[in-house]
Design a protein around this ligand. Structure first.
Ligand SMILES: [Zn+2]
Length: 496
């Protein structure tokens, strides 16, 4: 049984906007994360939410909590531009790609699974599809209607936010004028701008592809409904943690709370801890598909980057800070990861460690125990991954830690970071694109920097008398057309 002190985990709760101790409600910590709408590839900005949720999940495991994690797959009901009227994203995509809605959903769901596997994200316990829960959504909406929380319009069944006094608490909105910034369109007959569709009845003469019969006519559920219905179905009426991107804090999650608490009607908060990650920025603006040019993980891989380099780049920022994506930043992350992998390679195999208790039970030397404390303190302080990375780097430079201690510390850190340090091959982390640009005779300053990094790695390896590693780097440089000469003042290089 872990002791209470080792279980302390502080997190920033969007509900109330303050840092709190995490106290689970039962033996199993229920956690729900808003997942992808599978009408297109998920871009790198979307991936930040899944890596952030994975960090939370790993931190809970580290602290000895048993987690049940659910991530939804939205394959119906999400209208273009997140609005209540208009076309469904899935159907627009199907028409664009001349494929069936089911084919579209299957294709992009698989692409999502491929991406999260490449990023070493722990699989969720369940990935419910919205289309499989429509009867339950209809029942849920019918209960809200019976309780007087709704009104009917020709375009569907609407949640009457005036009937829910705590509406907007999460977003800290102040009734009228709220959501001006959000994408809210004019809906004829809607009483308040904040009212939202629980059911979207199809227009006469415009038959939807995915359609269900309901007390409010043929149509499809509103987008917000699925998360309440599926989380309650799979995690119970109340659960501990709900995560998502910070954009959901202002609208989607506000609506999830209103309809869930109106449905449960037990006077208790539906979910106690709400965690939101900040955006990934591109060129100073939120990375978004609609803005165009949002890169995908597969784009990075095609350009020669390892998915773990992108993961390290994300973890190098705190999840609640905006992070600017750039080629230079991802180059730097790949170079850092390469150095880490090269440093750790001679320590392998690493022990299997997932929890603080297991790390402490490995009885490391005092210097390693201090490093473990730093790692634990970093993750317990609202998932401070930049500090955790610094603690790992510090430990790897600390001459007082024994090799066994380093193995324990590295395995422990990576149980939280998920970089795959137990097996990453430095040769898979060579500077991206270098060979290709060299062939095209376009050596940029970044390329020069990347070569300098390799030369420095080799010098480091020689200093540590790791001759195999030093030779390997020389071979890699050779393959890139770089000729290395060792001089009394250190190595110099030139292109052949
Ligand atoms: Zn959701």
């Amino acid at each position: 049984m872990p002791n209470p002190v080792s279980r302390q985990l502080r997190l920033y709760n969007s509900l109330g906007r303050r840092v709190e101790d995490f106290v689970p409600s039962g033996d199993v910590t229920g956690m729900y994360s808003c997942g992808p709408t599978v009408y297109a590839y998920q871009h790198l900005g979307n991936m930040r939410a899944y890596v952030s949720a994975d960090t939370v999940r790993r931190a809970l495991r580290w602290k000895g909590f048993t987690v049940r994690h659910v991530v939804n797959i939205t394959d119906v009901g999400h209208a273009v531009a997140d609005t209540d009227l208009g076309e469904d994203k899935m159907e627009v995509a199907a028409a664009r790609e001349r494929r069936s809605v089911l084919e579209i959903a299957e294709f992009y769901t698989q692409a999502f699974f491929d991406d999260i596997a490449a990023l070493n994200i722990l699989p969720a316990d369940a990935y419910p599809r919205a289309s499989a829960y429509v009867p339950q959504m209809i029942e849920f909406a019918a209960v809200l209607e019976a309780r007087g929380y709704t009104y009917r319009l020709p375009s569907g069944l609407y949640f009457d936010t005036a009937k829910f006094p705590r509406y907007g608490e999460l977003a800290q909105l102040h009734v009228e004028g709220q959501l001006e910034a959000a994408r809210v369109e004019q809906v004829p007959g809607r009483r308040r701008k904040t009212d939202f569709a629980l059911w979207r009845t199809e227009e006469p003469g415009r038959r939807r592809v995915l359609r269900w019969d309901s007390p409010w006519g043929w149509g499809a559920p509103g987008w917000h409904l699925e998360c309440s219905v599926m989380s309650i179905a799979l995690l119970g009426p109340h659960f501990d943690i709900h995560t998502g991107g910070v954009d959901h804090r202002e609208l989607h999650h506000v609506n999830e709370i209103a309809q869930s608490e109106a449905y449960l009607a037990d006077g208790k908060p539906w979910v106690r801890y709400w965690l939101h990650n900040e955006f990934l920025q591109l060129g100073g603006a939120k990375m978004a598909k609609s803005a165009g040019g949002a890169p995908l993980l597969s784009d990075l891989v095609a350009a020669g980057y390892h998915p773990a380099s992108f993961r390290l780049f994300l973890l190098g920022g705190h999840y609640r800070s905006q992070l600017e994506f750039s080629t230079a930043a991802i180059d730097a992350a790949q170079a850092t990861l390469r150095r880490l992998a090269a440093r750790i390679q001679p320590l392998r195999p690493l022990p299997a460690i997932e929890t603080l208790d297991a790390a402490q039970a490995a009885a490391p030397d005092p210097a390693a125990a201090r490093a473990l404390d730093q790692i634990d303190a970093a993750i317990a302080a609202d998932f401070n991954t930049p500090k955790l990375l610094a603690a790992l780097s510090g430990a790897l430079r600390d001459p007082a830690i024994t090799p066994d201690g380093l193995r324990t510390v590295t395995a422990a850190a990576d149980a939280l970071l998920g970089l795959g340090l137990a097996s990453l091959d430095p040769a898979d982390l060579d500077p991206a694109d270098l060979g290709r640009r060299r062939a095209a005779d376009e050596l940029t300053s970044e390329d020069r920097h990347a070569i300098e990094e390799l030369v420095a790695d080799r010098t480091e390896a020689r200093k540590e008398r790791d001759w195999a590693r030093a030779d390997q780097i020389r071979d890699e440089l050779d393959a890139l057309g770089v000729q290395l000469t060792d001089t009394p003042d250190g190595p110099t290089w030139q292109l052949r």
